[in-house]
Design a protein around this ligand. Structure first.
Ligand SMILES: *[C@@H]1O[C@H](CO)[C@@H](O)[C@H](O)[C@H]1NC(C)=O
Ligand SMILES: *[C@@H]1O[C@H](CO)[C@@H](O)[C@H](O)[C@H]1NC(C)=O
Ligand SMILES: *[C@@H]1O[C@H](CO)[C@@H](O)[C@H](O)[C@H]1NC(C)=O
Ligand SMILES: *[C@@H]1O[C@H](CO)[C@@H](O)[C@H](O)[C@H]1NC(C)=O
Ligand SMILES: *[C@@H]1O[C@H](CO)[C@@H](O)[C@H](O)[C@H]1NC(C)=O
Length: 474
């Protein structure tokens, strides 16, 4: 297993600790089944620059994200089902621009899912539309008037994934952060079942928890859905959601600048989404900041890879925070019931494979160093404490304690990992197209990060191939 870098202030421990105060046991039953930690590519175009990275950098970035026991070792990859519409940081292409059109080679999400599977065949895949092409609503920006059409469109994507890329999609959603429609969800479930896709779980509604209320009063809806997915739940769920008996996920969370406060946010919510809110999966928006940072929500990925022209990328703290959970658990493990808060701040969770292996993750993130950009975080205190954990039940006789530790630096020395490239202040620029000069010797004083506007006639795999921008510092 890869050694985790040691930072300095808040503490995150992993391993088995022989330690009064907190008992970790499987006696009296286990808690909920763990479904994995994941990340979203898309919603929209958040991985756009990654696909154009040179090798070996591109493979290394993918390793940091997906390779087991290496970096983030992600257990779930959720992608946008492109809808030909601007969906946050850009547009992703639909597999059906119009009703008779089907093409399962557009965009880069297919490629990304295959790269993820190549590294971790057990990674779970999820798809979710952010937008739909206009024909779905017959010109109206509304996908629910013709639920059969919409279900056919979404299920085609799932079937195309298998047929053209041998990708099994595990979960599918409804419509990102937009209203859900009970009838459509039932039609979608029915369509999946009819086409032998009974194992594809429906997640809904990728917004707030409101759907839980509908599920409590409508057993058919409750049956149609496998997972209630809420966005930015602030580690809390609602009673209706618990009443449904369904799995509860933070199906989109984090979305925080990936400096060390972002790492602190991620560490706190990964534990507390379960401890406070019974959520068994947390999915980061987004996977990797591979879009220009001046765009909305710049640098809000688990790591940064926004310079395909230089190959530079930054393995940010959230990657190593993720590793504390993912490198020592698998979807299908179970949380112990004996999880909770530490007396003087922080939280602990413990998971088991039910074969005797135990993983404990403890975080003591302070308020100011773990604020996520949303929702509002009520003030809390964390102070120095000694915590003693008593292992009981099946874990009573565990002899070996492996401990992994991270300390996020919040003030003085920055870990080398987070070194930034120095800004370029005076640039002598020229432009060539197929070897022909377009412009030359243009002195620019800014912007610091440069720009490129390139138009192509269609959405294809790699729009920037054979295109090089060279910047010379005077
Ligand atoms: C949900 O979480 C609360 C708070 O940790 C806990 O008391 C309760 O037992 C959990 N319920 C279920 C059904 O998981
Ligand atoms: C732990 O996991 C390994 C394989 O991952 C398994 O062989 C072993 O039986 C499990 N239990 C214990 C107590 O190590
Ligand atoms: C945190 O600690 C400070 C100083 O001891 C105290 O004034 C404040 O009320 C505490 N806040 C909370 C939320 O406990
Ligand atoms: C923790 O335990 C050590 C050793 O017993 C002791 O020196 C220290 O004061 C304790 N710290 C706290 C915050 O109780
Ligand atoms: C950061 O470090 C400086 C210098 O060591 C110190 O004066 C300051 O109080 C520290 N700030 C925080 C938030 O710890």
């Amino acid at each position: 297993m890869a050694a985790l870098p040691v930072f300095s202030v808040s503490v995150l421990l992993l391993g088995v600790c022989r330690v009064t105060g907190y008992t970790l046991t499987d006696q009296g039953g286990l808690g909920r089944e763990f479904d994995g930690i994941g990340a979203v590519s898309g919603g929209g175009a958040t991985s756009r620059l990654l696909v154009n990275y040179p090798e070996p950098q591109r493979s290394r970035i993918l390793d940091y994200l997906f390779k087991p026991n290496f970096g983030a070792s992600l257990q779930i990859l959720k992608v946008e089902i492109g809808g030909d519409a601007q969906s946050t940081d850009g547009t992703e292409p639909s597999h059906m621009h119009y009703p008779d059109d089907q093409n399962y080679f557009r965009g880069y999400e297919w490629w990304l899912m295959k790269e993820a599977k190549k590294r971790n065949p057990n990674i779970k895949l999820a798809g979710l539309p952010w937008a739909f092409p206009g024909w779905i609503g017959r010109g109206k920006n509304w996908p629910y008037d013709f639920p059969d059409v919409t279900a056919y469109y979404v299920v085609s994507w799932i079937i195309g994934a298998k047929q053209y890329h041998d990708l099994d999609i595990d979960y599918v959603g409804i419509w990102n952060e937009r209203p859900f429609d009970v009838k459509y969800i039932k039609v979608l479930r029915h369509t999946l079942d009819r086409l032998d896709l009974v194992n594809v779980g429906i997640i809904a509604a990728d917004g707030n928890w409101d759907i839980a209320h509908d599920m409590v009063v409508d057993p058919y809806l409750n049956d149609a859905l496998q997972i209630i997915g809420a966005h930015y739940p602030g580690t809390q769920t609602v009673q209706d959601a618990i009443t449904t008996g369904k799995k509860l996920w933070a199906s989109e969370d984090y979305s925080t600048f990936n400096d060390e406060v972002g790492g602190g946010c991620w560490a706190r919510i990964l534990n507390q989404n379960y401890v406070n809110g019974n959520m068994t999966s947390t999915i980061s928006w987004n996977l990797v900041a591979s879009y220009y940072e001046q765009l909305p929500f710049g640098l809000e990925g688990l790591m940064t890879a926004q310079e395909p022209w230089s190959g530079n990328y930054v393995v940010s703290s959230p990657i190593w925070i993720t590793a504390h959970t993912t490198q020592f658990t698998q979807p299908g493990w179970f949380y112990l019931r004996t999880v909770g808060h530490l007396e003087k701040g922080g939280s602990y969770v413990a998971l088991t494979d039910r074969l005797g292996n135990l993983t404990i993750i403890i975080e003591t993130m302070s308020h100011d160093h773990s604020v996520c950009i949303r929702p509002f975080l009520p003030k809390f205190n964390v102070s120095s404490q000694n915590a003693t954990f008593q292992l009981d039940g099946q874990f009573k006789d565990l002899k070996t304690l492996q401990v992994w530790h991270s300390k996020l630096c919040t003030n003085t020395t920055k870990p080398a990992l987070f070194q930034k490239m120095s800004p370029i202040t005076g640039v002598n620029a020229y432009g060539l197209l197929n070897g022909n000069p377009l412009w030359k010797d243009v002195i620019t004083a800014g912007p610091d990060h440069g720009w490129a506007a390139i138009g192509t006639s269609s959405f294809e795999f790699a729009q920037f191939d054979n295109f090089i921008i060279e910047a010379k510092v005077q």
